[in-house]
Design a binder for this molecule. Sequence first.
Ligand code: NDP
Length: 400
Amino acid sequence: MGKALIIGCGGVASVAVHKCCQNSEVFEEICIASRTKSKCDALKAKLEGTSKTKITTARVDADKVDELIALINDFKPDVVLNLALPYQDLTIMDACLATKTNYVDTANYEPEDTAKFEYKWQWAYRRRFEEAGITALLGSGFDPGVTGVFCAYAMKHEFDEINYIDILDCNGGDHGYPFATNFNPEINIREVSAKGSYWEDGKWVETEPMEIKRRYNFKEVGWKDMYLLHHEELESLGLNIKGIKRIRFFMTFGQSYLTHLKCLENVGMTSIEPIEFEGRQIVPLQFLKAVLPDPATLGPRTVGKTNIGCIFRGKKDGKDKTYYLYNICDHQECYKEVGSQAVSYTTGVPAMIGAMMLMTGTWKGPGVFNIEEFDPDPFMDALNKWGLPWQEDRNPELVD
Ligand code: NDP
C-alpha cells in the first residue's frame, strides 16, 4: 500500500514500528528516523526477517525543519508519524506542509518553557493544511486518541446527546521500582505536577494539583485511588461533543509515586526553569529524567494491567442513559508480543492505526483534525484486530 516515516525511536515508537511490521500489507516500507540513529538501527535489526515490511533508518534532528524536509523529500512517505516529543510537533508540521505530506501525532505541541497542554498552536495550521490539500491527525495515542474515538463512537451509536464524560486512566501495573514513570519522565511529570482542570458549562474550572481524589473499582485491576488532572483531549472534546455539560479526566497513582513526586517537587527537581550548575545552565526536570529508569526498560519488570476508558451519561430517545467503553491491557502480554509494557503498547497501537487510516484513505482531510472528528467505526474495528479490544458496560459504577 505505501510508506510511513516514523520520527522518534523511544518506547511508543518501538511498539508502533512492531505493529507496522505486523501490518505489512499497509506499511510496505517504513523509515525509522530519530536523533540517536543507533536506536533505530537496533530496532531494525530486531525486526528484520520477521516481516515483509522494508525498514530503513535515518538520523534526524526534528527541531530542524530543513533536515526534516530533506529526509521527507528523500524517502517520500505517504504519512509522517511523529513519535518524538511534543516539542517537535510544529517543526514536523512545517516540514509536512513544505512537502505536502500527511501528518499524525500522539500529543499536542508544547513549548519547552511552559507546560500548557493546549491545541491553539496546532489548530493555527488548519487553513495552511487545507490549502496544501493534506491532513493532520492530532492525538492518535490512547489518551488522547482512543478516548476520543470512544467518544465519537458513543455519540454515533449510543446517544442523542452526551452530557457528562469521565475519562478514567488506570495503570494497575507494578514495575518494582520505588519511583519511575511509564513514559517519557519529563512529559509525564510536567503533566501530573500541573494544576488540574475540567470543562464545565462551557468553561474551565481549575483545581490545585491532585486536589480532587476519588476511588474506583476497575475491572480486572481492583480498587484504585485516582486524581483529577488536566488532559489535552478535554479541550477538543469540550468543543466537538454535542450537548456536553462536563468532562473530566482521572488518572490513578499509588501512594509511593505521589510521595516521591511531592518530595522531588519540594526540593525543586521537577522545575522546568533553567538553573546555573557548575558553570552551565541545566533544567532540573531534564536532569531528573537522566537519573530515572528509562521507561523503555520497564517492560520485562512490569506486571499487572491497564484499564482505560470513558463513562458517558446522556440521553437516548428522551431517556437518561449511562454507558462505559474501556480497554484492558496486560503488561506482560504486551511484553511477550512486542517487548514493551502496556503504557507504550496502548499508545503505539493507535498511532499505527491512525497512520493506517490516512494511508488507506479511510480518513480523509484536508485540514487539521482531532481524532473524534472522524468516523469512529473503522478505528474501533482496527482496535479489536490489532491488539486493543474494547469492552462495554451498560450499567457502570459512576464517579461522583
Ligand atoms: P521517549 O522519550 O521514549 O522517546 C522519544 C523519542 O524521540 C526518542 O527516541 C528521542 O530520541 C526522540 N527525539 C527527541 N527529540 C528529538 C529530536 N529533536 N529529533 C529527533 N528525535 C527526537 O518517549 P515516548 O516514546 O514515551 O513518547 C513519545 C510520544 O508519545 C511523546 O510525545 C509522548 O507525549 C506521547 N505519548 C502519548 C500518549 C497518549 O496516550 N496519547 C501516552 C504516552 C506517550 P533519543 O533516543 O535520542 O532521546
